[in-house]
Design a protein around this ligand. Structure first.
Ligand code: SF4
Length: 136
């Protein structure tokens, strides 16, 4: 059997604008893509993915994905499952913050320092999940 090493993971953030958790999800994913794991990750735009973006769907069907959702409605996870397959990991901001004893931000825009710390904590968990997927 051909054994091809997986070198990239697609990160799919929910696009929640209505909850601060959605903002945290997007900020955390951006930090992973730009700073924490820039060479190991690519972003998959959820709205484009849902709208039928061929490149996004092909990538998600071929490479492992990690979904990052703001809340338990899990829009990114459910969209990915429906359109290309089960994500390798499905993270939820509210669960990560609860595990770390961090407060959920209340502002949707102009996050304060504590909120940015929450986004950084989520980014660390995403980076850890990327490492686990690539080393599996
Ligand atoms: S997972 Fe929650 S925050 Fe994200 S888009 Fe869905 S409802 Fe909004």
């Amino acid at each position: 059997m051909l054994n091809i090493a997986v070198t990239k993971v697609g990160v799919v953030s929910c696009s929640g604008e209505e909850l601060a958790e959605g903002t945290v999800s997007r900020l955390a994913c951006r930090e992973v893509l730009d700073a924490l794991r820039p060479h190991e990750t690519v972003t998959i735009c959820l709205p484009l993915f849902i709208a039928g973006g061929e490149e996004e769907r092909r990538f998600a069907a071929t490479f492992p994905t990690i979904t990052v959702d703001g809340c338990e409605k899990r829009c990114a996870q459910r969209g990915t499952e429906k359109l290309s397959g089960k994500p390798a990991k499905a993270l939820v901001v509210t669960e990560i913050l609860a595990e770390r004893g961090l407060a959920v931000p209340t502002r949707r825009r102009n996050l304060e320092d504590a909120d940015r710390a929450a986004a950084h904590a989520v980014a660390e968990e995403i980076a850890k999940a990327v490492d686990e997927v690539l080393n599996a």
